[in-house]
Design a binder for this molecule. Sequence first.
Ligand code: CP
Length: 316
Amino acid sequence: MSENRSVITLANLTREKIEYLLKMAAEFERHPNRRILEGKVVATLFFEPSTRTRLSFETAANRLGARVIGFADPKVTSGTKGESLKDTIKMVSNYADVIVMRHYLEGAALYASEVTDVPIINAGDGSNQHPSQTMLDMYSINKTQGTLDNLNIFLVGDLKYGRTVHSLLMAMRHFNPTFHFIAPKELEMPEEYKLYCHQNEIRFTEGTELNEDVIQEADILYMTRVQKERFTDLMEYERVKDAFILGADMLAKAKDNMKILHPLPRINEIKADVDDNPHAYYFQQAQNGLYAREALISDVLNYTLDDIINDHTIIQ
Ligand code: CP
């Protein structure tokens, strides 16, 4: 987090800080409805489509007693008249105590945090980072595995454009993971993230196959959607869009406690017959987003874990 407590990436957080936020999220899972943010205003500025991130941030703010302002469609803002992102952020800073922003440009959230003192929470910037997703992913991994340490994590699908995998990979550096990057050649993990792994002593392997024998090694199988909206060549998208399709028949050799995660939305990369399989965890994962986002909003507004443990505004 930068000095104004913005959350642009989790890569700069210590292990202790990540564990602290996870404890906070667990408190919110116990009691999601509290009034600790009464009088606060949360702005949600989404310059790209979203279902889960926007609605769970807005639910988080509402369940904590804050009010929400914002837009889900940038076409209805003065950006269409030519107003710059800088001016938009400066204006919204006059109204809100925290700004949750999703933008199609990589670096937009960092830029926004540099033009205002109001904390910015990055809700996804292009193919770069998605820290609140990573917080809920780590919460989900910890909850299902009982630890974040020493896990075999398979990242599958669009590793080139997928901001969730970039974000997760960086935040996991404290926990001695072994990553396995499974992607078609065209969508392999970019060099900058492999370099990050080398610099941070994160082990990784690379492969192009997803089958029973590969899956049997996994603690976490993290599936991703091929990000059609990031392709400049739609023919290339057509070539790779069906590269990996996970079906229930591929899970026979999986470890008992292996969990399948997916940031969602999914298109066809997980068949519907997986949804009721005990390894499937993606819908619960999305539910955990509420608790993780309650923690992030509270933290950027300077509420501590003690404040939350000792809070007496719980609404049953
Ligand atoms: N996982 C995620 O970011 O979903 P949305 O695009 O629906 O917010």
